[in-house]
Ligand binder design. Structure first.
Ligand code: NAP
Length: 277
């Protein structure tokens, strides 16, 4: 791309109207006075690869990718980062000047940066963690919890086989807990993370017993619609530290924005307010 062109980026999904990424990136583009645009791109599964390959010629420097395309984005890329390989899915594409497509997954980075910023006193190495869910987001969460030194992770999923696949990939520090026992598994853990879609607007409410939540625990929910889930309300009532999912969305966008537009952006209250507006 010639330097005189205005750089474009966007988020590809189907559906995509609900995405908050356009407000997020628009805020940073304004804040750093960058002449660029970030747009939502509603692309169906059958058209994904063909349309992605046309984007660089239209002036796109990259794109975020969300459901249902995260696996396909990982598959079509020429270069895939180790963390995207581990997760088997990409949420960020970079269209390089040499024509190659570079795929990354910044969900785990966003998840961990959010916890570190929101709960600076949290020490994840002091006790086990419990992770609910075994989908793509759970993979990113497991990788980053192990990376920061969590000694043991209890993993529970409605469909046990999916949890077993994750244990096979992530190893001996993972102990599988039956979904019916998830309430008991909360006892004595340092960190709890919900990566299921339970509690999200339009999905089922979380019905697992929450009476073992206690002070000293960090409780994180990846869901951000609503911002205050039943799990997070119960955590607050129990004196635990709640961390909502919006911060993960904000932080996962940092490496992508930096690669596309050349400025490392800040995650602050102003950004949060802009995205919530
Ligand atoms: P996914 O691959 O579809 O996984 C969905 C998970 O939810 C699976 O573990 C699934 O269990 C579980 N689940 C769904 N319905 C359930 C029910 N009725 N009872 C018990 N478990 C149920 O999705 P994903 O990509 O991992 O995303 C999971 C959630 O994280 C979504 O809500 C997504 O919006 C959120 N997320 C947030 C961020 C952020 O930036 N904050 C980033 C990524 C994802 P089964 O295996 O049994 O189906």
């Amino acid at each position: 791309m010639s330097d005189t062109k205005i750089p474009l980026a966007g988020v590809i999904g189907h559906p995509i109207a609900h995405s908050r990424s356009p407000q997020l990136h628009a805020h940073w583009l304004r804040k750093y006075a960058i002449k660029g645009h970030y747009v939502p791109l509603d692309i169906k599964v059958d058209n994904f690869e063909r349309l992605v390959r046309t984007l660089p010629s239209l002036g796109f420097v990259g794109a975020n990718v969300t459901l249902p395309h995260k696996h396909a984005a990982h598959e079509l890329a020429d270069i895939v980062t180790d963390r995207a390989k581990l997760i088997g899915a990409a949420n960020t594409l970079i269209f390089r000047k040499d024509g190659q497509i570079h795929a990354d997954n910044t969900d785990g980075y966003g998840f961990m940066q959010n916890l570190l910023q929101s709960a600076p006193k949290w020490n994840p190495t002091l006790g086990p963690a419990l992770v609910l869910g075994a989908g793509g987001a759970a993979r990113a969460v497991l990788a980053s919890l192990l990376d920061i030194g969590v000694p043991e992770i209890f993993l529970s999923n409605r469909t046990r086989e999916r949890a077993e696949m994750l244990k096979a990939d992530f190893g001996d520090k993972i102990t599988i807990v039956d979904w019916a026992q998830v309430g008991n598994a909360m006892e004595g853990v340092k960190t709890i993370v919900n990566t299921t879609s339970l509690g999200m607007v339009g999905k089922q409410e979380m019905r697992v017993p929450l009476d073992a939540l206690a002070p000293g625990m960090l409780v994180s929910d990846l869901i951000y619609t609503p911002l205050q889930t039943k799990l997070l309300r119960a955590a607050t009532d129990a004196g635990a530290t709640p961390v909502d999912g919006l911060g993960m969305l904000l932080h996962q966008a940092v490496p992508a924005f930096e690669r596309w537009f050349g400025v490392r952006p800040e995650v602050d209250d102003e950004l949060r307010a802009a995205v919530l507006r």
